[in-house]
Design a protein around this ligand. Structure first.
Ligand code: TRP
Length: 335
């Protein structure tokens, strides 16, 4: 693996904290394929972020393989994209420590994700949860990433990353590239099937709120049938009809049809028929991904090989940056 110097760097991270959902897939991973040719893309399995909430060790280990397998099963080419596991590159934790000293208590206290997560895990408001954005800044800044494809919910994290990078650059001269969030046009937000005002989440307690990428055909169809919709009857995209809008949006992502085309297709037909069509389209389009995923999960040595190659190159890139940072800081480096 070698990056092309003329192309910009893209970095994104996915936590191995649960089977990914169609929200992660349609809203993010599926669209990353379009970046492959024009950017040097880095996708990291961020297991260090995952332990800011309690994880079962065996489960975390399994999810680490699974997250990588999903990247590859989604069609991302391991020869063209750099995949690695965060804990295989110690520089993430090292740079995070340095950046902690350039991040203010006050600005971390204002992060909405910290406030939300500490409300949700009130028995475990640990320091890692508080400094989570600093580790994320380290992920991005280590590789001079220009673009960070993320959902809207991560916007504040990119903003703080920019602030930290600027602060460091101002103190020590140009060191880090200032990254920008990259909200992909085709990756609209996929919402919960049981509460369409909320984002679909892989950690929601209610299984019926999400379609996991590995759900069976029957489960997928059943969950869409039971998806919350309003009391209307017409399949029309309208302000305030969050449930039906979400299903139309999902159907559009799955089939490539526009909202207008979907309205036409289901003119005079009820919600029931539409929900069944969404379920079937979803099951159909996931079946290839599922087969490929199962094949990859049965070949751990292949996945480990991808991780190993990825972390070799990532360590090389990251260590170059660490050396620059340590030099600027005045940390003595002995060879
Ligand atoms: N915080 C991100 C999320 O939960 C995951 C993440 C960690 C990330 N490090 C990153 C995303 C760096 C983009 C870039 O979705």
């Amino acid at each position: 693996m070698e990056f092309n110097k003329d192309k910009k760097i893209v970095f994104s991270g996915v936590q191995p904290s649960g089977m990914l959902t169609i929200g992660n897939y349609l809203g993010a991973i599926k669209n990353w394929k379009t970046l492959e040719e024009n950017y040097n893309c880095i996708y990291c399995v961020v297991n260090e972020h995952a332990i800011t909430v309690r994880q079962d060790p065996a489960e975390l280990r399994k999810r680490t393989y699974e997250t990588l397998a999903i990247f590859i099963a989604s069609g991302l080419d391991p020869e063209k994209n750099l995949f690695f596991v965060q804990s295989h590159v110690p520089a993430h934790a090292e740079l995070a420590w340095v950046l902690n000293c350039y991040t203010m208590f006050g600005e971390l206290s204002r992060m909405t994700q910290f406030k939300d997560k500490s409300a949700k895990h009130s028995d475990n408001i640990n320091a890692g949860l508080f400094t989570y954005p600093v580790l994320m800044a380290a992920d991005i800044l280590l590789y001079n990433a220009s673009l960070v494809p993320v959902g809207m919910d991560q916007k504040q994290h990119i903003e703080i990353t920019r602030d930290i990078a600027k602060r460091f650059n101002e103190a020590y001269s140009e060191t880090f590239t200032i990254p920008e969030p990259y909200f992909m046009e085709s990756g609209t937000k996929i919402c919960s099937l049981t509460d369409p005002t909320k984002k679909m989440s892989k950690s929601d307690e209610n299984e019926n709120s999400r379609i996991s990428l590995m759900d069976s055909r029957d489960d997928i169809i059943r969950k869409f049938k039971r998806a919350v919709t309003d009391s209307g009857t017409e399949v029309k995209f309208e302000e305030g009809k969050d449930g039906i809008n979400n299903l139309m949006n999902i159907y559009s992502c799955l089939t490539g049809k526009t909202i207008k085309e979907i309205e036409k297709e289901f003119e005079g037909k009820g919600y029931g028929e539409f929900k069944l069509a969404v379920g079937e389209a979803c099951a159909d389009s996931l079946s290839g991904l599922q087969a490929e995923f199962n094949r990859l999960m049965a070949d751990k040595s292949y996945l480990e090989n991808v991780m190993k190659n990825g972390s070799d190159y990532a360590n090389y890139l990251a260590n170059k940056m660490m050396s620059k940072v340590y030099r600027k800081l005045g940390f003595l480096q002995i060879k």
